[in-house]
Write a protein that binds this ligand. Structure first.
Ligand SMILES: Cc1cc2nc3c(=O)[nH]c(=O)nc-3n(C[C@H](O)[C@H](O)[C@H](O)COP(=O)(O)O)c2cc1C
Length: 235
């Protein structure tokens, strides 16, 4: 059922040239969002959601309600793990993986897919001087939760791309994230270029979504440890 809906939503994307099909497209996504199983349920069933797409040019550039609704915000944290490294090398989109123990907070309440929110790298005090002040701020992020169907991963991962040009690696250091909303399901693609194109749209969508005042507030969330003055004091 889920697979059929995914494919039909993608088909609608291709032919949504008039208003009615555009609304059908939107409602199929909101139906998916409310009715589909959580990531944890998929793990139990050993099912991997996959859908082929060939062209998703007409994606909306802003999604979801004007303020975060349950189950958001979802707060995640943990030391950054190394993935396969394809994000930076193949896709021009480096990602920081959360450890398996940190994923439960989202996989138990949300399905696989692409999400947006804020994240912060929190290195130990003695490593602060390796970073620029800008690196340690709360920054916009996009996150992929799932099995990366394009790469056919065997395990569920939560991979965060922080929208910032880091000059320093932060593997092993603590990362905190507040997930504020869902963008789309994870998909399989006919080419690497098609995946890159969709990831670039995800980033645009995330930045637009976070512009909304009720989302912007979370950049100052108490969950994030350092105020700007604390950060400066530690440099
Ligand atoms: C915003 C975003 C969207 C993504 N969407 C998909 C997707 O739809 N399908 C997919 O297979 N992988 C998707 N990915 C996951 C990438 O394939 C993954 O981050 C990449 O393989 C790097 O993983 P690695 O560092 O473990 O190699 C997405 C990643 C990001 C950051």
């Amino acid at each position: 059922m889920y697979r059929r809906l995914l494919i039909s939503s993608c088909t609608l994307t291709r032919c949504s040239s008039n208003r009615r099909s555009f609304f059908l497209f939107l409602s199929s996504f909101s139906y998916l969002h409310t009715m589909s199983p959580t990531a944890a349920e998929y793990v139990e069933r050993h099912e991997i959601p996959v859908a082929e797409v060939r062209g998703r040019a007409e994606r909306p550039r802003i999604v979801g309600p004007d303020s975060p609704e349950s189950p958001y915000p979802i707060r995640l944290s943990g030391p950054v793990q190394k993935g396969f490294g394809r994000g930076g090398k193949d896709l021009g989109c480096p990602t920081a993986n959360l450890p398996d123990e940190s994923i439960g907070a989202i996989s138990s309440v949300a399905k696989t897919g692409v999400y947006y929110g804020y994240a912060q790298v929190v290195p130990p005090q003695d490593k602060h001087s390796d970073f620029k002040l800008e690196d340690l701020k709360v920054l916009p992020m996009v996150m992929s939760l799932g099995w990366n169907p394009f790469y056919k991963n065997k395990s569920l991962t939560a991979e965060i791309h922080i929208m910032h040009d880091f000059q320093t690696d932060f593997y092993g250091y603590e990362m905190k994230a507040v997930v504020l909303g869902y963008i789309r399901p994870e998909l399989d693609y006919v080419s690497r270029e098609a995946l890159i194109e969709d990831i670039n749209v995800d980033k645009e969508v995330a930045l637009n979504c976070l512009q909304r005042p009720e989302y912007q507030k979370y950049a100052a969330d108490a969950y994030f440890e350092h105020s700007e003055s604390d950060l400066k004091a530690n440099m």
